[in-house]
Design a protein. Structure first.
Lengths: 120, 235
């Protein structure tokens, strides 16, 4: 790697092998948002929000926080799509696993309810 | 190595994905091998934590005994008032703060600001150590109250197993992160990346990109906590 040439190019719009250089203000704004979103998540519990509203709020705040961390703090927003897809798509496929295990868990609960109720 | 300006224009979008992956060279054009390997490690770690959270979901959904209410189990009494999840909320803010100082450290590293980078890395490590300390306090409190991996006074027995496994693994990750941060902070402070001194562990010449790579790991630890906080403590 030749540092001189790479770093001589000042923060251009495109990324290069090394040196994700972005204005400080961006990080500070994102940092602030992460605090706000964390506080929002906490208030969901603090104010005893229940039911579907609770679950959707938890998921929304969680995804927003995760998205900001990955996109800005981990610089994923400036990477080439080949890397983005290689890293982001596999975890999304875990959702299939979630669905399978949810079905399985429901079935287990059903049989437990059935046997424990009739057995005792 | 070829200079960036000598290279032909690369395609974007799906065309770009296909040509990058099929190019019979390095697939990740703009990420160095170090950064790409860290991302791939983090992907594998994502699967590990996914499996933990999935097992937790499965046992929680399938048990016929009521699940303990985390809001009450993790509440703290401060000045006569009960705050739900107070310690967990503080831990979340500590970790978010450390993520912010880490992002700033990466930024100052690329500016070749040695002192500021090292200090920010040390602050990040200190916040991480604080997090682990608070987690130790939380574990102690719960164990004193009778929580065990196989039983607990509040409800479904699987609660303890899921809690100790998930938070324990996460705490271990934070602990290792603190160690990595201290090593990198030490190398930055003494200018190892400016003169290309070889590291004692990998025997490779470090660069300021090392700060960004350890930063990827650190942000990932914070990222995992976002999911644990949502699914284990808030759900």
């Amino acid at each position: 790697m030749q540092h001189g040439t790479v770093h001589a190019q000042t923060a251009a719009a495109t990324t290069h092998a090394e040196g994700q250089q972005h204005p400080l203000k961006l990080y500070l704004v994102i940092w602030g948002w992460l605090f706000v979103l964390s506080a929002c998540s906490y208030f969901v519990d603090f104010f005893h929000v229940q039911g579907y509203l609770r679950w959707s709020l938890i998921l929304i705040f969680m995804m927003l926080k995760a998205g900001l961390i990955v996109a800005i703090f981990m610089h994923m927003a400036w990477e080439r799509l080949a890397l983005v897809y290689a890293i982001i798509i596999p975890p999304v496929l875990v959702l299939v696993f979630v669905a399978i295990m949810a079905i399985e868990a429901n079935y287990t609960e059903l049989t437990r309810g059935f046997f424990f109720a009739s057995g005792s | 190595m070829t200079h960036a300006q000598d290279l032909p224009e690369r395609a974007d979008g799906w065309q770009g994905v296909a040509s990058d992956l099929a190019s019979d060279q390095r697939a990740f054009k703009t990420a160095s091998w170090g950064k790409a390997m860290m991302w791939i490690f983090l992907l594998s770690d994502t699967f590990i934590f996914s499996c933990f959270l999935l097992s937790y979901m499965t046992v929680r959904m399938s048990t016929v005994v009521p699940w303990p209410n985390p809001s009450e189990v993790f509440s703290l009494h401060v000045a006569g008032t009960t705050f739900p999840l107070l310690l967990i909320a503080i831990m979340t803010f500590v970790l978010i703060s450390s993520s912010g100082t880490m992002a700033l450290a990466v930024n100052y590293g690329y500016r070749r600001d040695r002192k500021t980078t090292a200090i920010l890395l040390l602050i990040t490590a200190a916040l991480g150590a604080t997090f682990v300390g608070m987690q130790a306090f939380e574990w102690t409190k719960l164990i004193m109250e009778g929580a065990r991996p196989w039983s607990n006074p509040w409800g479904a027995e699987q609660f303890g197993a899921a809690f100790f496994m998930i938070t324990g693994f996460h705490g271990t990750h934070v602990t290792f992160g603190v160690i990595f941060l201290l090593i990198v902070a030490w190398r930055v402070w003494f200018g190892h990346f400016d003169v290309g001194k070889r590291g004692f562990f990998t025997d490779r010449r470090g660069q300021y990109e090392t700060v960004e790579i350890v930063g990827l790991y650190w942000h990932f630890v914070d990222l995992v906590w976002v999911f644990i906080f949502a699914f284990f403590y808030l759900w």
